[in-house]
Ligand binder design. Structure first.
Ligand SMILES: [Zn+2]
Ligand SMILES: [Zn+2]
Ligand SMILES: [Zn+2]
Length: 226
């Protein structure tokens, strides 16, 4: 079964949800991860990855890490960031936003590894379950996830404020996993992002694995405003 991804980026301005509601949602989704674990048996250290994924993604919903790092107002999505910088910086920022949109339009997740609109594991996104209610809160949850996974991987891996040493290690990791020339080979990298991550008790895509890896690599390298 081939899933088709809409190529357009949503143009509506997202509603801002109050912080206390967001934290409540975060707890609910962490609990969803716990329930999934009870259904499918112990996942060992992999479960820690999943709880980490949910809590890290939650931190960046509707926030722009570029502006967080610069100390600017960061209450907007990364691919809408209005910060342009000057000269070469401006071109690099635009190129990174273009890359996010290109990846979003092209990635094809292996069946059952992701809720296609947002990329999160199907058992984590509350819209990923076929029993899901479609309340405004639930849809907002999925929209929030959409703003984080690909933009954050783009920012951390290739963005203008990337840590050169982390990026170098990331490219080595990708090459060791079969992505030929990951720095320039977008097609190969996008194909890899959509694959099922091996060895995970809960199905998820390689994109989520790269998000987890990059977040851990950056841990302690940046001040956290959360
Ligand atoms: Zn910004
Ligand atoms: Zn079900
Ligand atoms: Zn979703």
């Amino acid at each position: 079964m081939q899933q088709v991804e809409p190529t357009s980026i949503p143009t509506t301005t997202p509603r801002t949800i109050p912080t206390d509601i967001r934290h409540q949602f975060r707890q609910q989704d962490i609990e969803r991860a716990h329930i999934a674990q009870r259904h499918h048996g112990p996942a060992g250290p992999r479960f820690d990855d999943e709880a980490f994924l949910v809590s890290e993604v939650e931190k960046w919903v509707h926030r722009c890490s570029t502006c967080t790092q610069r100390g600017y107002d960061d209450a907007h999505e990364m691919w809408r960031c209005g910060f342009t910088g000057a000269g070469g910086a401006s071109r690099e920022i635009q190129a990174n936003k273009d890359w996010m949109k290109m990846v979003r339009g092209k990635v094809q997740y292996a069946n059952y590894t992701a809720h296609f609109p947002c990329g999160m594991p199907q058992h984590i996104c509350p819209l990923g379950d076929h029993h899901a209610d479609h309340s405004e809160e639930v849809q907002e949850r999925c929209r929030g996830y959409r703003t984080v996974l690909i933009p954050m991987v783009a920012m951390m891996g290739k963005g203008p404020q990337r840590d050169a040493e982390v990026t170098q290690r990331w490219y080595q990791r990708l090459a060791s996993r079969g992505v030929v020339d990951p720095e320039r080979n977008d097609e190969g990298l996008i194909q890899y992002f959509g694959q099922r991550a091996p060895g995970t008790a809960q199905k998820r895509s390689q994109l989520t694995e790269e998000f987890i890896w990059l977040r851990r690599a950056y841990d302690g390298r940046e001040k956290c405003s959360d």
